[in-house]
Each structure stands twice: as structure tokens, then as C-alpha cells.
Design a protein around this ligand. Structure first.
Ligand SMILES: Cc1ncc(C[n+]2csc(CCOP(=O)(O)OP(=O)(O)O)c2C)c(N)n1
Ligand SMILES: [Mg+2]
Length: 355
């Protein structure tokens, strides 16, 4: 992507309070714009029947993906729930491969057989895309155990929704990670609702306190402020590398669309006024835009140029997906069991030998 030009020396140190350079702040804006435009393109494709099945958009929550993943190194791991298209892209899965997966095509990141909820990018350590609430949490714990066992230096970032913290798997994982001092950061994208249920209807404790029984202090961050998010994660990643042990982040955010593409934006569990108010006051892109504008490092023209690039990438991804074939029938039984030669390691030889 073309680099956006800075506007002179007054730009430097403007974001000193966050410890973020202006270049990085603009990069975060570029990342969030790509997330937003990609998701809007997916929304459009879904509406005209090019994408089927479930499709959960991340619109409104882009700061979470951009701000946290930016703080990771290439070899660190990310694992997530089903609202994860943008997180996959932020970790390095190509927008083309993500869109083709949404379209169910062979060039998709899971060969077109996973769909929206199962985006994977093992080559860039993006470990999915999981549809069962909290299923990814013990998997993240396992990956972090592997890191420690092999004396590696990497970190695992495990995203989950607010509904995941009332699952047993969450507490089992936190307990083990704390006892074994594993290098994992558990992040709740706290958008206040699990589908149509407000978090305060299903919990008598605050989100930040959920990790406390395991001796892990919870930290709350404003996920709509991408700079604050980035700064927190940069610090946590550094802490985990130096002294392995789990962290728990309550990242406060808000979803601007319905739970999935088949759900209404507000429904009976939240009002249209609430959604409109939050969109107006808490859009992570508008919040960063205002900061960049008032610091004099970005103007409307530059923003539009960046936005046009993001729209182009999303449109190209959609064209790529459209041109990719659907998987053939022969592939139906492939990847059901682990391949003998997967990553050069023997797992098992198939169900017949297992019996
Ligand atoms: C174990 C399990 N129970 C129920 C469901 C159905 N379900 C899908 S999404 C969802 C709500 C999850 O909300 P949250 O974790 O807050 O994530 P968000 O959708 O807000 O990102 C539920 C109950 C499921 N997928 N898995
Ligand atoms: Mg939620």
C-alpha cells in the first residue's frame, strides 16, 4: 500500500502521551479502515447471496483487532471466536483468502470448507476462527503450554466474547495458565451482549473481576481508543516475554451491527437510540480521525486517499473470491482427519487403523 505523507515537523511527538509515533498512529488508521471496508464488502456480498451460512461482522470493534495485534511479533499466536475476519487480516492472512473463505471457494483460507466462523492461517500463526463459545480458550492455553515446554519466547493472544467468561472452559484455562505461568493474554471483547443477552443479566460480578479467583488481575481498556489499546498490549506483550504468566484484559467495545448477518441491528434487547448514540460517540475510526486531524498530521484529502485504498483492497478481494472455483466433491472427505504427513509429524493414520 502507498505510504501517506506526513505534514511536516509539527507532526512529531504529538502522540507522546501514548508513546506512539505519528507513523504508527496513521498505520493504525489504515488498518482500521481496511477492517471496516472489508466487512462492509462482506455485508454487501451476503445481502446478494454470495455468502451463505453464518456471518458475524466486527464493525464497531475494529480498534480491538488493530490495536492489539499490532503489538505482536510475527511468530506470536492469535486465536479467536467466530467474529474474527478482521483479526485474521490483522495477523497477516490475506484479505483475498479471507473473502474467498466467506464465499466458500477453494482459494479460501480453509479451502472454502470452513466459512466465516472458521478462518485459519496456520502459516502466520492465526489459529482460527472457532464457533463454539469459549472453545478457543483451552486451545490458547494449550498453545501457550507448547511455547513454554519448548522454551520459545512467543505470546498467545486469545480473543473471546463476554459470554465466554461464564463457560467452565474459561475458568479451567485461567487456573492452569496461572499455575503453570503460561505466556498467554486472554482478551474479552466486551461488547456488552452475548447475542441478545446483556452481560449484566448473566453475571453478578464485573468483567474485570472474572480472572481474580485465579490470581490474575484484570485490566480494563477502552477498546474504541485504538492508541490506548495498542499501548496496553505493547506493555503486556513485553511483560509476558520477560516474565511468562497469564493476563486478562477487559476490552470495552461495542458492536454496530446485529449479532450476525441474519439478526436485526437492535432487536428487543437494545434500542435503536442506544446503537445510534454509540455509533456517533464511540466509533474507533472517528475517534482516531479526530485526534489525527487536531494534531495536524492528517487532513480530509489524505484520509480519503487511505479510505479509497482500503475500499479497493476489499473490492479486489471480492473479485478474487468471485473468480475462485467452489471446492470439488472429491475434497469432501479431505481434512476430516489429521494427515499423516501434516507438518512432518505423525498424528494417526485414519479412523480405520484407530478402530
Ligand atoms: C457453547 C455454545 N453455546 C451457545 C452457542 C450459541 N451462541 C453463538 S454466539 C453466542 C453469544 C456469544 O456472545 P459473546 O461471547 O459475547 O460474543 P459476541 O457475539 O458478542 O462477539 C451464543 C450463545 C454457541 N455457539 N456455543
Ligand atoms: Mg458479546
Amino acid at each position: 500500500m502507498a505510504q501517506t505523507k506526513m505534514k511536516g515537523s509539527e507532526a512529531s511527538d504529538v502522540f507522546e502521551a501514548y508513546g506512539v509515533s505519528t507513523e504508527l498512529a496513521i498505520d493504525l488508521m489504515r488498518d482500521m479502515l481496511l477492517c471496516r471496508r472489508f466487512e462492509e464488502k462482506a455485508e454487501e456480498a451476503y445481502a446478494i447471496g454470495k455468502i451463505g451460512g453464518f456471518c458475524h461482522l466486527h464493525i464497531g470493534q475494529e480498534g480491538a483487532a488493530a490495536g492489539s495485534i499490532k503489538a505482536l511479533g510475527e511468530d506470536d499466536y492469535v486465536i479467536s471466536a467466530y467474529r474474527s475476519h478482521t483479526q485474521a487480516i490483522a495477523k497477516g492472512v490475506s484479505p483475498d483468502a479471507v473473502m474467498a473463505e466467506l464465499y466458500g471457494r477453494v482459494d479460501g483460507s480453509s479451502g472454502g470448507k470452513g466459512g466465516s466462523m472458521h478462518i485459519f492461517g496456520a502459516d502466520v500463526n492465526f489459529m482460527g476462527g472457532h464457533g463454539i463459545v469459549a472453545a478457543q480458550v483451552p486451545l490458547a492455553t494449550g498453545i501457550s503450554w507448547k511455547i513454554k515446554y519448548r522454551r520459545e519466547k512467543n505470546v498467545v493472544l486469545c480473543f473471546m466474547g463476554d459470554a465466554a467468561v461464564n463457560q467452565g472452559a474459561f475458568h479451567e484455562s485461567l487456573n492452569m495458565a496461572a499455575v503453570w505461568e503460561l505466556p498467554v493474554i486472554y482478551v474479552v471483547e466486551n461488547n456488552e451482549y452475548g447475542m441478545g443477552t446483556a452481560f449484566n443479566r448473566v453475571s453478578t460480578t464485573n468483567m474485570e473481576e472474572k480472572s481474580a479467583p485465579h490470581g490474575v488481575k484484570g485490566i480494563t481498556v477502552d477498546g474504541q481508543d485504538v492508541l490506548a489499546t495498542y499501548t496496553l498490549f505493547r506493555q503486556l506483550v513485553q511483560d509476558v516475554r520477560e516474565r511468562p504468566g497469564p493476563h486478562f484484559v477487559n476490552l470495552e467495545t461495542y458492536r454496530f451491527r446485529g449479532h450476525s448477518m441474519s439478526d436485526p441491528v437492535s432487536g428487543t434487547y437494545r434500542s435503536t437510540e442506544e446503537v445510534e448514540h454509540r455509533k456517533e460517540k464511540e466509533d474507533p475510526i472517528a475517534i482516531l480521525r479526530d485526534k489525527l486531524f487536531s494534531a495536524g498530521v492528517l487532513d480530509q484529502g489524505m484520509l480519503e486517499e487511505m479510505d479509497a485504498e482500503a475500499r479497493q483492497i476489499a473490492a479486489d478481494a471480492s473479485d478474487f473470491a468471485d473468480a475462485s472455483p467452489v471446492p470439488d466433491l472429491d475434497s469432501l472427505y479431505k481434512h476430516v482427519w489429521a494427515d499423516k504427513n501434516l507438518n512432518g509429524r505423525l498424528f494417526f493414520d485414519g479412523w480405520k487403523e484407530q478402530d
